[in-house]
Design a protein around this ligand. Structure first.
Ligand SMILES: [Zn+2]
Length: 230
């Protein structure tokens, strides 16, 4: 029996499919129910136009094993699992959206150059280190999660403050408190990547905004004293 979470993850995957962020089958979304100890994700190998809530696959947070489905979950499932274990987010989106993927492929952080970026991301969106041969050849998808977690931990970044990352030579992951917020973050990520690309072309030496402007925009929308758009 598909649960409410299966319904929601189905709806959110359909929204992601029509968002323009997904090229071909390069996209997946999951959402977690921490009380139930599981997350639900798109299956692998079922075309978007045939997906129903019953196709969504539940996976155990404790073991990573599939619960209650004959379908295989998305091949990126071990990456989602590692992120849920390390971060407090409620949903995760992965796409190969054009501009964010371009920054990932060139291992270039998306710079925070203005308030559109600062409304969603409290600083530059970071890039992971390239993965070693061993990391790629063994447990590749889980290791993709590890290098993301390492990137945040080693540089003292908070995944709540910067709800996205660029996996080197691969593409973006974004997350949020729920599935639709995660999609919104993925959409804005793509938009600010496009803006930063154009800013780099138009004025390579343009200055970054002052930190107080970035903080003002981030904190009026997020955190305990948020007041914007409430
Ligand atoms: Zn991918």
């Amino acid at each position: 029996m598909p649960s409410t979470l299966h319904d929601l993850v189905h709806r959110a995957n359909m929204e992601l499919a029509s968002s323009g962020l997904v090229m071909g089958t390069f996209g997946n979304l999951s959402a977690v129910d921490r009380d139930a100890g599981l997350f639900v994700i798109k299956p692998s190998g079922v075309p978007y136009n045939q997906l129903t809530p019953a196709h969504m696959v539940a996976v155990s947070l404790a073991t990573g094993e599939v619960l209650d489905s004959d379908l295989r979950p998305s091949s990126d499932t071990p990456t989602h699992l590692e992120l849920y274990r390390a971060f407090g987010c409620g949903a995760i989106v992965h796409t190969h959206s054009e501009f964010a993927t371009m920054f990932a492929q060139t291992r270039t952080p998306i710079r925070c150059m203005g308030t559109t970026h600062a409304d969603y991301f409290r600083g530059d969106v970071p890039v992971t280190r390239p993965m070693t041969r061993n990391e790629v050849q063994t447990r590749y998808e889980a290791n993709t999660g590890h290098v993301i977690v390492e990137r945040f931990r080693d540089s003292g970044l908070s995944p709540d403050d910067i709800p996205a990352v660029l996996v080197a030579n691969h593409g973006p992951f974004a997350w949020g408190p729920d599935a639709f917020k995660a999609i919104e973050n993925a959409r804005v990520l793509e938009y600010v990547a496009r803006l930063d690309w154009r800013a780099r072309v138009m004025a390579p030496d343009a200055s970054a905004p002052d930190p107080w402007l970035v903080e003002k925009h981030y904190l009026r929308k997020h955190g305990p004293k948020a007041y914007y758009g409430q």
